[in-house]
Design a protein around this ligand. Sequence first.
Ligand SMILES: Cc1cc2nc3c(=O)[nH]c(=O)nc-3n(C[C@H](O)[C@H](O)[C@H](O)COP(=O)(O)O)c2cc1C
Ligand code: SF4
Length: 490
Amino acid sequence: MWRPPQRIKWHPDPGSWPSAEAAARSLLYSPIRVGGTGLSSRTWVPAMVPWRASAEGHVTDANIEWYERFARGRPGAIVVEATGIREVPSGPLLRIGDDRFIPGLARLTDAVRRASGGETRLFIQLIDFLAIRRRPEPEKFFRRHLQIGDRHRAALDARDWPEDAVRERLARLPQAELAQVLDARELEALRMGYRERVTDTDLAHIRALPRTLPDLFSAAARRAREAGFDGVELHYAHAYTMASFLSARNDRADGYGGPRANRVRLPIEVYRRVREAVGADYTVGCRYLAEECIEDGMGVEDAAWFGVEFARAGMDFLSLSRGGKFEDARQPAVGASAYPYTGPSGYECMPQYVSDERGPFGRNVEPAARIRAAVRAAGFSTPVVVSGGIHGFDQAEALLREGKADLVGFARQSLADPDWFRKVKLGRGSEVRVCRYTNYCEALDQKHAQVTCELWDREALEEPGVGKTADGKRRMLPPAWPGNALPRDK
Ligand SMILES: Cc1cc2nc3c(=O)[nH]c(=O)nc-3n(C[C@H](O)[C@H](O)[C@H](O)COP(=O)(O)O)c2cc1C
Ligand code: SF4
């Protein structure tokens, strides 16, 4: 992962922990209405893919145990990992693109309800993504993948050559000369692996996205409701299809790109179709970027404007993330795919402890505050969720009191200790296992390996019945916290 060149090492400081009485009086542990559902506290576990679904995208026992473990900590809400809305194989990523996925997802909602004593609300993040291929062997790229055209022949002065000879010549060209012969997309396909964009409107299926996506999202949302989720989070963030429509780099010329009113058009059309499918009383919100954090990317002004439009359309919450784009991703190894969290924008998305002067804690708070202020100024009370490096009670409580957000997302902190929410509420914050923001978990995610945290995955491996990762070296779940079984634990 990319890290800021300043290389300043930061250590998380959760500050002081409240007594149970002080926690009970806090804003963090006060209830909040989010659309059609009520949360018992303003704590939120943002979506995190743990790579535990079956190869066909079904819910497994390991998924159930994972979310049950988080539910035992009783946060206000958990958002289930990015879940694919299409009928495309996507490895061990959850899917919801067909009714056959509903029974497994229903098992999941049931398990979370039981494990949290009915307290935690469960949402699911609905994602669409475009095709991406692995970085090819250069030989294969020149001999098979590259489509030879007049442009290549002209550049090589090889108009009459047989195609094989042109390919052969290209395969032997020095790097510097290749840059003169291949166009930017071909060079990218060679160096990073081919990647589709929403602006590839020469491709029929990309041109058709504004027609196909509303139905795909709304059918998925209808299934989520049938499976018993309390709501859906439309994934409009990071490197995926919907975020690419919102992106400042989206210059589609069909009314869905260019000025921001056009860029927000499909995200609103998707939302409306989803709303029609699930009804007015169901919670529907989105996750999107406060800033893209890339060159020529969208900044907080656009994000504030989008926030107002989402609120006006009737969305029930706005969850803000930042960065996480392909545009500045690191070059993958041959045979691997580019990963959108490996460049500077990836750092902004999941900032780790080696940082710059600003540090990794709360980098998204001020942008979120600006977006929330714009939404409020337009007369909407839509709750705003902020995440990024938040791990302490004081930090969370202060940002709520200062009106910077309405709900606080703890992603990696809840992976380090899913009992954070219970421990702090019970006045036992000193028992919290504080995340160190090392991004060990993120490195596992990048390899599509079962995600665990280094603070607990080697602990008590000999415990009877402990579930282990495929390599047998790590435990799958954090050890139980006895405090969760206290009689006063109501
Ligand atoms: C292992 C892992 C998987 C993640 N998967 C998702 C995801 O599926 N969808 C999403 O919107 N964000 C995902 N994220 C980003 C987090 O939701 C969150 O925005 C980010 O980690 C910053 O918050 P934090 O500092 O509280 O961890 C993931 C993060 C991690 C560490
Ligand atoms: S591995 Fe654990 S300590 Fe490190 S960033 Fe992830 S959750 Fe935090």
